[in-house]
Ligand binder design. Structure first.
Ligand code: MN
Ligand code: MN
Length: 337
């Protein structure tokens, strides 16, 4: 395998043990947020949980994800994708946040994502709570509304909380639709479940034409069928990928603020993200890992592994936009199935 740029390859555990050194995301080089030029994919953290409506803790997510992600190797054995060889990937550290000011934090995170975008870098955000997808979308949708594929137990389409608070982790996609950042006809939300308030969020989705796949429908149809529909809905136009860790069953991933039983297995999550290979993913996120509720660290580990899958499909998409073929590890035999 020939990397697009050896300077952007992660440190290999064949050379330095993975428990040694400074834990950057997936052991990628750490780059200065003020000078992003040169990278093609930029992971960054948002240590923020001021949008949570129940248990906080996601502010500690980026650090836990980085530590867990040191287990990630260079090649996706299932798809043979070699994302770090395919695109120049780097860790841009954490965005600055203002824990006492939601509006200011939204501006700061939008600025961080916009700076990466302006330098030609695909931003991948490590949450932090799900409100932080909104500034990502504000930065990414300046050229027009995006498609949206969303894995979550919740729609996050609610209007407001606590008597009129419009910016929480339960409202980001309601705001994004209202602001014209997402194209409702090209939105799909997968894994929705649990109790609800009154169905107002679902009514909004129906009214705007947003496709919701509840977990019961997913369970009846299976990941391949659901993701074929997702690919149809996204089409070939630019799309944003958002993964809330609470989409995974809390028996597997307990470290999150608003868990709902009856969720995805980790393998189903991997299958679904892999099925997005070929979609034009222009940015994405992995959010809601809350380390205080994750005593074994398994939730962070699942999150880091899903983030790797997101990185794989994002690297393929980035390479194709740049006119390059994605790098495949030919030494691994093609799967028979
Ligand atoms: Mn969410
Ligand atoms: Mn959720």
């Amino acid at each position: 395998m020939t990397p697009v740029d050896p300077a952007y390859l992660p440190v290999s555990a064949l050379e330095v043990p993975r428990f040694a050194g400074i834990a950057t995301c997936m052991r990628l080089p750490l780059r200065d947020r003020a000078a992003p030029a040169g990278a093609e994919i930029g992971v960054f953290g948002v240590p923020w949980d001021g949008g949570t409506t129940n248990r906080p803790g996601a502010r500690h997510g980026p650090r836990a994800l980085r530590d867990a992600s040191t287990m990630i190797r260079h090649v996706n054995q299932a798809t043979r994708a070699a994302p770090f060889h395919t695109a120049r990937c780097a860790d841009f550290g954490d965005a600055t946040v203002n824990l006492t000011d939601v509006a200011h934090t939204l501006e700061l995170v939008e600025g961080q994502a916009a700076a990466l975008k302006a330098a030609g870098v695909v931003p991948l955000m490590m949450g932090g709570d799900h409100l932080m997808s909104l500034p990502m979308l504000r930065a990414m949708a300046r050229g027009g509304p995006l498609g949206f594929v969303h894995f979550d137990a919740h729609t996050d389409l609610f209007d407001s909380y606590f008597g009129g608070v419009r910016y929480t982790h339960g409202t980001p996609f309601r705001r994004a639709v209202e602001e014209g950042l997402l194209d409702p006809a090209r939105m799909i939300q997968i894994g929705i479940r649990g109790t609800s308030y009154d169905g107002e969020d679902r009514a909004f989705a129906v009214e705007r034409g947003i496709r919701i796949v509840p977990i019961e429908e997913f369970r009846a149809r299976g990941p391949a069928d659901v993701m074929a529909e997702a690919r149809d809905i996204l089409g070939h136009a630019p799309a944003y990928l958002s993964f809330d860790i609470d989409a995974i069953d809390p028996a597997l991933a307990p470290g999150t603020g608003t868990p709902e039983i009856g969720g995805f297995t980790t393998f189903e999550a991997q299958q679904m993200v892999r099925a997005l290979d070929g979609a034009d993913i222009v940015a994405g996120d992995l959010v809601e890992v809350a380390p205080p509720f994750d005593p074994s660290g398994v939730t962070a580990w699942i999150g880091a592994s899903i983030l790797f899958e997101i990185l794989c499909v994002s690297a393929t998409a980035a390479a194709r936009r740049l006119g390059r073929a994605p790098v495949i590890c030919e030494e691994i035999p093609e799967p028979r199935a």
